[in-house]
Design a protein around this ligand. Sequence first.
Ligand SMILES: [Zn+2]
Length: 263
Amino acid sequence: MKQPDFTEIADLIDQSHRILFITGAGLSADSGLPTYRGIGGLYDDADTEEGMPIEVALSGDMLRQRPEITWKYLLQVERACRGAGFNLAHRLIAELERLKPQTWVLTQNIDGFHRAAGSQQLIEIHGKVGELSCPKCHYEMIANDYSQIDGMPICPRCHGVMRPNVVLFGEMLPEPAVEVLHREMMRGFDLVFSVGTTSVFPYISQPVFEARKWNAKVIEINPGITEVSPFVHYKLPMRAVEAMEAIWEAMGQPVPQQQAALS
Ligand SMILES: [Zn+2]
């Protein structure tokens, strides 16, 4: 592991064709979002009013059995995040996709900020809060925020309770996203960035471990030490915005004007 050398990293980007960014809550923390562990961390160490852990309230089983409980906490989580938007790091990752068309983003974040910032080759492995679907009749709708939802969103077609297209506790990953991830992993990458994620899930840490097989370099951007820290080539112990801006400057690229969507 080496100390930050942004010129070396800029050179690596220059020499690479296929670049993967793996991103987590730390990236959106720079947008002012709470760095919760998954969707439930707003309630770290505390049970809900119903006396159950938040992981139970926000589980696929609870959504099926008592959707009013799951929705009560989904609305609370969404309200805590409302008004935030993508930040400069999201924006620079999207800009890099323009310079390097084989750039991909694998994100655990469900906030939709990568898409909003312009990333197109995007694997939202935990889904996104901005999409609702009806488990019964499969009606789909966009919900830019949940401010219009009173209690629970009801399907206009079959009057069933709708759900957000996010991975709740105890649920499987969305198959289309998994398929794209497998396909791109088979193609391999030249350079892997792990940004603002503790990498506790195997499908999040796997590309870091596969990097050796691809002969790829791995760069971690995270103020803390994580599961993958011992395995990376470069460790940038900084926040995502700070690190991406420094890399961008080292690449000789003009840093776009901010601040976009911060409320
Ligand atoms: Zn329906």
